[in-house]
Design a protein around this ligand. Sequence first.
Ligand code: 1GP
Length: 239
Amino acid sequence: MNEAWFSGWRHVFKLDPDRHISDEALEAVCTSGTDAIIIGGSSGVTFENTVDLMARVRRYALDCALEVSTAEGAVPGFDGYFVPLVLNTGEAEWINGRQTEGLKEYGSFVPWETTAAQGYLILNAEATAAKLTGARTQLTEADVVAHVQMADRLMRLPVVYLEYSGRFGDMQLVKRAKAAAVQARVFYGGGIDGADKARQAAESAHTVVVGNAIYSDLEAALSTVAAVREAAGGTIGSK
Ligand code: 1GP
């Protein structure tokens, strides 16, 4: 396991700059005991809405990272940066095209010590990110393991992200991905709508990401923090 700045994260809330969250809800999320906030979204992300949300999260003492999906939305001042590479697309634009375009413009400003690539496997065909990137979501277990080996062993990416955004995924597949990863941290996100699914995800991946539930059922979203902590053996922040 790598010792990167995010290596202790077990539970993460992901906030979308393009969606409204009240001050009260944001306070509840940021003081919930979660390890970190990731700010990111698949559409409607701008410099302005990203800065605005970062400034609001900054009132609280927890890590706040940006998932950089567009060069325009690359805002300075975060504790860390993730750059997604979509591994299961046939469109090179989403693997290295947009990333190198962004680096041509902003490469000299990148805080490399706190910037990490995420190897994304998008597995829900209905997810906005899957449609946007032309992801090949119908992967067998052998396909997933091969993608993890490519990301983890060949490319030595520090994160493999199994993304089911909007739908709860196949935990057996997630467990196989985690077992195949030697140095990468396996993130899981998608469809966690309460404690039970959060626990299952925590038993399958290193890091559990909860997004949509924050907006649809805040209490259920908050209950995922303790569920992940319990599945992790009482310590959030452990590996
Ligand atoms: C989205 O993986 C995250 O990028 C979380 O997914 O919104 O379905 O919780 P949900």
